[in-house]
Design a protein around this ligand. Structure first.
Ligand code: NAD
Length: 246
């Protein structure tokens, strides 16, 4: 695992799934971690981890949360924009309210959190943002119209932010997971007629024949956030069992 000794990371949605795996991976890599989430019950306790309740759809709650992490740990070097919500359906199923909500959290949430964190990142000598996109951004998946649009926007935003921030020394990359075994997928499967058959079907869509683990996504996030990848910016790293490339 790449090292992030002495650095401070902020992870949105770090109370569950991929975000929680990122919190653990950053702690193991030597970083202190601020966790911004609506729900903090899953956040691990420890001297190097600070959980702060925040909603990525609400700028004032975000500003206060980011400021409290910076005050507690003396700055912020890394931001992981991971918080996101799901939407299942075609363009005929999703209504205007749902489009507004999902785009507000999944797309504007990335821009908003980045904007309030950038004043701290610009003061860091090892500044990096990692956005969590999805296989849905680049592969057509059935009944994922709104979700796919939101994650396609995260890809585009990653490139635009990387261009804007390269001269400020802030790197911006994204990780594009396939189907990852998290509480999110468990919730989706719970609604299926036969959840274990549905899980096998999801696994079989990935050439590796299994779901991605949250730890595998977190390893890619730490890799892109660590100073060791100081020349990598504007990139997208698929962690999808080969689904997008094979
Ligand atoms: P999860 O539901 O297990 O965790 C998401 C976390 O985000 C939760 O702790 C939730 O409370 C938090 N959150 C949701 N809305 C928030 C908001 N407005 N403000 C702050 N926190 C909020 O989900 P996960 O599977 O770990 O997914 C994390 C990210 O990874 C999402 O962006 C998702 O789109 C992406 N992703 C997941 C998969 C997958 O198969 N699980 C695949 C590709 C991409």
């Amino acid at each position: 695992m790449m090292r992030c000794d002495g650095l401070v990371a902020v992870v949105t949605g770090g109370g569950s799934g991929i975000g929680l795996a990122c919190v653990r991976a950053f702690a193991a890599a030597g970083a202190r971690v601020g966790v911004l989430d609506l729900e903090l019950s899953g956040v691990p306790e420890g001297p190097g981890v600070l959980g702060v309740r925040a909603d990525v759809a609400d700028r004032s709650s975000l500003s206060a949360a980011v400021a409290s992490v910076a005050a507690a740990f003396g700055g912020i070097d890394i931001l992981v924009n991971n918080a996101g919500i799901s939407a299942v359906g075609t363009v005929e199923d999703d209504d205007d309210e749902q489009w507004g909500r999902v785009l507000d959290v999944n797309v504007s949430g990335v821009a908003r959190t980045s904007a309030v964190t950038l004043p701290y990142l610009r003061r860091s000598a090892a500044a990096a943002i990692v956005n969590i996109s999805s296989i849905a951004a680049t592969v057509g998946l059935p009944r994922r119209a709104l979700y796919s649009a939101s994650k396609g926007a995260v890809h585009a935003l990653t490139l635009a932010m990387a261009a804007d921030l390269v001269t400020d020394g802030v790197r911006v990359n994204c990780v594009a997971p396939g189907t990852v075994d998290t509480p999110w997928v468990a919730r989706l499967l719970a609604g299926a007629a036969d959840p274990s058959a549905e899980k096998r079907q999801l696994a079989s869509r990935q050439p590796t024949g299994r779901l991605v683990t949250a730890d595998e996504v977190a390893a890619a996030v730490v890799y892109l956030a660590s100073p060791a990848t100081g020349s990598v910016t504007g990139s997208s790293l698929p962690v999808d069992g080969g689904m997008s490339g094979l």
